[in-house]
Design a protein around this ligand. Structure first.
Ligand code: C2E
Ligand code: MG
Ligand code: MG
Length: 562
């Protein structure tokens, strides 16, 4: 018997204030405790801010009764944070369960539940029913139905038991991800996909024959807790080879990556150990030369730094810390026709944070759209402020991250901005990169065509920086090709890159596309590009990206050094 009550409120404490807070709450309840829901354990915070794991049970009573007598077994195992009523030996335990987020000493956050418990007399307890729940659901709730190995809950419990039972042993937590698994399903069908997952689980089980816990923690992700063997590298290589043998196709090779956390602090929750191993895996996910990677503290520092950026971004997006800098786009007569808007984060200290410090992070966590929408709005507002002034003829060009196509309705946002600020669509140029349109099935090409048809100028940014596809140019409705100077610098064979650049320029012209070369730093480069037929330029030779007021000054007074 359970009462289910939604508890959406999350209490936030630091490791310093949690114990005092619990003491004050304790006055109102018979018991107050923290529980790690994933590991089915009580947890407390020491004065030094360390996590201390207690009884290995989510139930309230004596540890020798454990789950067999726990009516909340289901909610505990499914990690749903539910309040409930438990009955035990003539007592009724009313448990209110509140999610808690703790900030630990190293600034990481740890999620657990605070349980507020009231104990009253009770005589409705039906022992038999509870026994049935345990017996029928025990296996199901700790094992993965497809592969038969442990699931996340089962893994956490088993790994914790292994580590606690052998305090002197050195354990590893290993996470494993199968690469590009979505192609397995689409190329070979779901049945084959399932076969592969079962096969991977079997390979793990065969090759880790020592004391270990093996689980499928979700999708194509597996976790292993094992003792630290000297030949772990060869075991992992062996696994990788066997895994690639699960599919024999000349066009597709199945590969796997591992991340390893060498357990140096057995008091950490298993979920945090797993996160560390996963951080190590993430760092080599796209690296075909490495199949495994060890977690180290630098990764932790990096993760903390990234989290800090995300928190600060969320707090400060609209507080004036994000501004646009403008970099002139200049024609062959050195006349400025417009500018690219490049975002800068002005920290309270006055320091300027360049985009590479935060754009990638925001892209990863799906927040880039919020920044870009804000930047586009700043650009549109600027254009409207310039109306009726000597800057009226200028256009502004904004960057669109490939991710924006997923999160934002670009086809609506840009026209809406032009309407709101009463500006012509051709004043707002839209810079996209090839990756946004590389996958033709995504519908992004159609979005761009719609914008192009409405008069927006679409520019393909950074052409030549990545793996450019000439074929793409014929399909995409773009008006401008922005070629990066790196196109030339990257090659050791100048003659060859010259020929390629010449062909790209010719082709763009035939396709009626204008060319802007960016990254122009010297007069030599400028002359060279002019000779090749380029007519628009952007680069440090003319100006670095500068604040709006400085840009306006250049329009009035001309370039200082040229
Ligand atoms: P991008 O769009 O290709 O912008 C051009 C970058 O090249 C700018 O770097 C600019 O400062 C730099 N640059 C310009 N001329 C020269 C030159 O002569 N030599 C060299 N070495 N570099 C030059 P920045 O401002 O650091 O921006 C880097 C990238 O960050 C941008 O590349 C763009 O991809 C991204 N970015 C900037 N602002 C935004 C934004 O608001 N949204 C999104 N999604 N991305 C942005
Ligand atoms: Mg750009
Ligand atoms: Mg660029």
């Amino acid at each position: 018997m359970q009462t289910e009550e939604k508890t959406s409120q999350v209490l936030k404490y630091t490791y310093k204030d949690i114990n005092a807070a619990m003491d004050s709450i304790r006055v109102m309840f018979d018991m107050v405790r923290l529980v790690d829901v994933e590991e089915c354990r009580e947890v407390s915070i020491t004065l030094d801010g360390e996590l201390n794991f207690g009884r290995e049970c989510y139930a309230i009573w004596a540890s020798d009764h454990r789950c067999a007598n726990c009516t909340s077994y289901q909610s505990c195992q499914t990690r749903t944070k539910k309040s409930r009523i438990e009955h035990f030996e003539g007592k009724c335990f009313q448990v209110q369960s509140v999610p808690v987020e703790l900030t630990l000493k190293d600034m990481t956050t740890y999620s657990c539940n605070m349980e507020l418990i009231t104990i009253t007399e009770d005589d409705h307890y039906d022992k038999e029913t509870d026994k049935d729940v345990w017996e029928t659901s025990g296996y199901i709730t700790t094992h993965d139905s497809l592969t038969g190995i442990l699931n996340w809950e089962g893994f956490c419990k088993n790994a914790r038991k292994l580590i606690s039972d052998e305090p002197d042993e050195n354990f590893l937590i290993i996470s494993a991800d199968i690469d590009n698994f979505r192609y397995v399903n689409s190329l070979f069908g779901n049945t084959k996909g399932n076969e592969v997952l079962v096969g991977v689980a079997r390979i793990f089980t065969e090759l880790f024959d020592k004391k270990c816990a093996i689980g499928r923690t979700g999708g194509v992700n597996f976790a292993i807790c094992t003792t630290n063997e000297s030949d772990i590298a060869s075991i992992l290589k062996n696994i990788a080879e066997k895994v690639s043998g699960l599919i024999s196709s000349p066009s597709f090779r199945l590969s796997i990556h591992f991340g390893i956390y060498d357990v140096d602090n057995s008091n950490l929750p298993i979920s945090i150990m797993f996160d560390r191993s996963y951080m190590a895996l993430e760092a080599i996910r796209n690296n075909q030369q490495m199949i495994y990677n060890y977690f180290d503290e630098n990764m932790m520092q990096k993760a903390i730094h990234e989290q800090q950026i995300i928190n600060d971004f969320k707090k400060n997006l609209r507080s004036g810390q994000f501004v646009i800098y403008l970099q002139p786009q200049v024609n062959k007569n050195h006349y400025i026709e417009g500018a690219e808007c490049l975002v800068r984060w002005v920290l309270p200290s006055g320091e300027l944070l360049p985009p590479f410090e935060f754009i990638g992070i925001l892209e990863q966590v799906g927040l880039i759209g919020k920044l870009d929408e804000y930047v586009w709005e700043l650009a549109a507002r600027q254009l409207s402020e310039w109306k009726g002034t000597e800057y009226e003829s200028l256009y502004l060009s904004v960057n669109v991250s490939p991710r924006d196509f997923y999160y934002l309705d670009i086809a609506k946002i840009f026209p809406a901005l032009c309407k709101k600020y009463d500006i012509m669509t051709d004043k707002l140029h839209i810079e996209i990169t090839e990756t946004a349109v590389a996958d033709e099935t995504s519908g992004n090409m159609a979005t761009l065509k719609k914008l192009h048809d409405e008069g927006f100028i679409v520019e393909i940014d950074d052409f030549g920086k990545g793996s450019s596809s000439l074929g793409l140019l014929k399909d995409i409705q773009a008006d401008v090709l922005k070629i990066d100077m790196q196109f030339l610098q990257k090659s050791e064979n100048e003659k060859r890159s010259f020929v390629i650049l010449q062909s790209v320029i010719e082709m763009a012209k035939k396709l009626d596309m204008e060319i802007i070369t960016e990254g122009v730093e010297t007069v030599g480069q400028l002359d060279f590009l002019k000779n090749l037929g380029c007519s628009m330029f952007q680069g440090f030779y003319f100006s670095r990206p500068i604040p709006v007021a400085a840009f306006e000054k250049i329009i009035k007074d001309g370039f200082e050094n040229l």
